[in-house]
Every structure is written in structure tokens, then in C-alpha cells.
Design a protein around this ligand. Structure first.
Ligand code: ATP
Ligand code: LTN
Length: 326
């Protein structure tokens, strides 16, 4: 069975964009692949975090994985920092990665221009991500298009190491959803809906109450026309709502336009709100059952143990080949 590995950062409360773009895909893929899923908490500290918020977000992310249908029997689930080999491997790989290659990463350029006084970890971030992937011989890395460049870097690192020290790593491939629409901010619909956004008004968090979800969707920015038509350029707001509707129902964009051809924006928004509320309801209920349960700790203890054993072997192999230690 081919192996997949993926992780999300606990850098805020998860959004509808994360659910549609990432989590739902993980739930689908668990039927077909051996799957490793983790919380990338070491990645989250590349920008400033409040420690108690971070701890809360880590547990919350695990509870959301489970509540959304990630089955602990079909997946190995763990927290990155609870497995020491990720950071250890990252150091070895950092020393084998040209500095210039990291400076060219789009996400580094983007985030380093937005944050002030950032740490060196923001630059070495993709090497830690390469370690996450290469430690487990993952065949595929399900991820959003924004992470494709980082998976390509992991491939380059693996090829370079294999050439220098012999066959150590499997060369991974990115697995990018073909249909997954980019969900945009409701207030500013030309911008991606993001969990670390400072303005929560345009962002639907998975744990928002029904009332809050309804208010946010009813207040979504739309154009001054009245036609429900998909046109990203000229009608980004209504197109974003159509994308949400299409992603959650599977009903094609054409059919949605047809269904609402005689409706006004208010009616359509109300239906989108009902749909989002209905979709998130079972997830929120399951989340409440899980968040303080011992079950989560058991899953994480097992995950840390199992992945540490696998990762240790790979780490020691490269460490040895590089001539470190005795
Ligand atoms: P941050 O604000 O911390 O950058 P984010 O919410 O933008 O976070 P990421 O952690 O970068 O999300 O992404 C996690 C996963 O969720 C990726 O696979 C990404 O493609 C997907 N994703 C994030 N936001 C959206 C979105 N608005 N629409 C579709 N997919 C998304
Ligand atoms: N950088 C990714 C999170 C991430 C990841 C990984 C994804 C860290 N390590 C390994 C896939 C494989 C993000 O920000 N979405």
C-alpha cells in the first residue's frame, strides 16, 4: 500500500477553507493509502505564538481531525514536537541544503515581508517539512498548491542526499486536489480565507456558532447586481459563495446558476448559510465529545511511539552515513 503523509499547522482556529481544501481530502484518502497525519507545531513557532493559545490550538486540531472523520484505526496521528527525530533530521538536512535555495521559497519571501524580527526558522521551515516527509518514506504528500514548492524542495534534498550517501530516501510526490476550490474571505473575496487572518468577520471557523456562521454569510461582500452567476473577475463575492455551495454539495456550478436564476442574493446566501451550518453541525458535536477525552491522549501516545521508532531508524541511517558520532 502506498503511503501518504500530511500535516496542518496549529496556527489558529481551523476555517471552512482548511476543511474544504485539506481535511476532507484526508478523510477520502484514508480509504486508499496508509496514512500518517500530524500537527506541525514546530512549524507554527516560526512566527510568534502565545504559548497557552498554541497548546490549545494543538489539541483542538487533533479533535477536529477526529471529529471530521479521520479514523485513528486507519491513520497514524501524532504531534510533530513529540517525536524528536523531526528536528534532529532537520539539522542534518539543513547542513546539506544551499542557503540560496531557501531564500527563493515563495512562502519565505511572503512571510518575511509581513513579519518583523522573525527567527531563522522561517527560512529553514521547508527543510523541517522535508524531514517530516522523508523520515517516513512517504510516496505522496497531499497538500494545497501553496505547498507544492516545498514538496519539490524535499524531492531535491532527497535526490541530493541519495546521490551523496546512497539510497536513503524515497522521492515523494505532491498530491494536489484537482477540484478543490480556493475558498476566499467573505469580506474581501479576492483574498484566501486564512486561519491566521486578523479580521475574523470574513472567516468561517469550524467551531463558530450557527448564529455567527449565518451572520457572516448573510453579511458577505457581494456586487451591486442581482444575478447569481459565476464570474471570479467581476463577481468574486458571489462566485466564492457558489464555490462553497459547489464544494459542499457536489452540485455543478452550471446547475447552481440554473437553480438560482430567479432568486435574489438574500435567498442564495440563506441557503449557503443553512448548508454550511448543517455540514459543520456533526463536526462541532463530535468535537465537544472529544476535546477533553482521554481517547485523544491515547491516540497521541501511540502515534508518538510508533512514529518515533520509524523515524529513529531513518535518522540514525543518515547520521551514520555522514560520519557523526562514534
Ligand atoms: P495560515 O493562515 O496559518 O497560513 P491557512 O488557513 O492559510 O493558514 P494553511 O495552514 O497554510 O492554511 O493550509 C493548510 C491546508 O489547508 C493546505 O492544504 C491549504 O491548501 C488548505 N487551505 C487553507 N486555506 C484554504 C482555503 N481558503 N481554501 C482552500 N484550501 C485551503
Ligand atoms: N507547511 C504545511 C504544513 C506541513 C506539512 C508538512 C504538510 C508541515 N510539514 C509535511 C505536508 C507534509 C502548511 O503550512 N500547510
Amino acid at each position: 500500500m502506498k503511503k501518504i503523509l500530511t500535516g496542518l499547522q496549529p496556527s489558529g482556529n481551523l476555517t471552512l477553507g482548511n476543511y474544504i481544501g485539506a481535511i476532507r481530502q484526508m478523510v477520502r484518502l484514508q480509504e486508499e493509502y496508509e496514512s500518517i497525519i500530524f500537527v506541525a507545531d514546530l512549524h507554527a513557532i516560526t512566527v510568534a505564538q502565545n504559548p497557552s493559545e498554541l497548546r490549545k490550538n494543538i489539541r483542538s486540531l487533533i479533535a477536529i481531525y477526529l471529529a471530521s472523520g479521520i479514523d485513528p484505526k486507519k491513520n497514524t496521528i501524532f504531534i510533530q514536537s513529540e517525536n524528536i527525530y523531526h528536528a534532529n533530521m532537520s539539522w542534518l538536512l539543513e547542513c546539506l541544503t544551499p542557503y540560496g535555495e531557501l531564500g527563493r521559497m515563495t512562502q519565505f519571501k511572503d512571510k518575511s515581508s509581513k513579519h518583523q524580527n522573525f527567527g531563522a526558522g522561517l527560512l529553514t521551515y521547508p527543510v523541517l517539512m522535508a524531514s517530516d516527509i522523508l523520515l517516513y518514506d512517504a510516496d505522496y504528500v497531499p497538500t494545497g498548491i501553496d505547498q507544492k514548492q516545498h514538496v519539490e524542495l524535499a524531492r531535491n534534498i532527497a535526490e541530493r542526499v541519495n546521490k551523496k550517501y546512497g539510497e536513503i530516501f524515497k522521492i515523494p510526490e505532491p498530491l494536489i486536489p484537482e477540484t478543490g476550490a480556493k475558498i476566499c474571505d467573505l469580506v474581501n473575496p479576492t483574498k484566501k480565507m486564512s486561519k491566521s487572518d486578523e479580521n475574523p468577520k470574513g472567516v468561517i471557523y469550524l467551531l463558530d456558532s450557527d448564529d455567527v456562521i449565518r451572520k457572516k454569510i448573510m453579511g458577505a461582500t457581494t456586487d451591486s447586481e442581482t444575478v447569481i452567476k459565476y464570474d471570479i473577475e467581476n463577481k468574486p463575492g458571489i462566485s466564492n459563495l457558489i464555490n462553497i455551495y459547489n464544494s459542499l454539495t457536489g452540485i455543478s456550478i452550471k446547475e447552481i446558476e440554473e437553480k438560482y436564476k430567479d432568486s435574489n442574493y438574500g435567498t442564495f446566501k440563506k441557503d449557503v448559510a443553512d448548508l454550511v451550518i448543517e455540514t459543520l453541525k456533526p463536526i462541532k458535536e463530535k468535537y465537544q465529545e472529544l476535546i477533553n477525552s482521554k481517547e485523544i491522549d491515547k491516540i497521541l501516545d501511540e502515534g508518538a511511539l510508533k512514529t518515533s521508532e520509524i523515524a529513529k531508524k531513518k535518522y540514525l541511517l543518515l547520521k551514520d552515513k555522514m560520519g557523526l558520532g562514534r
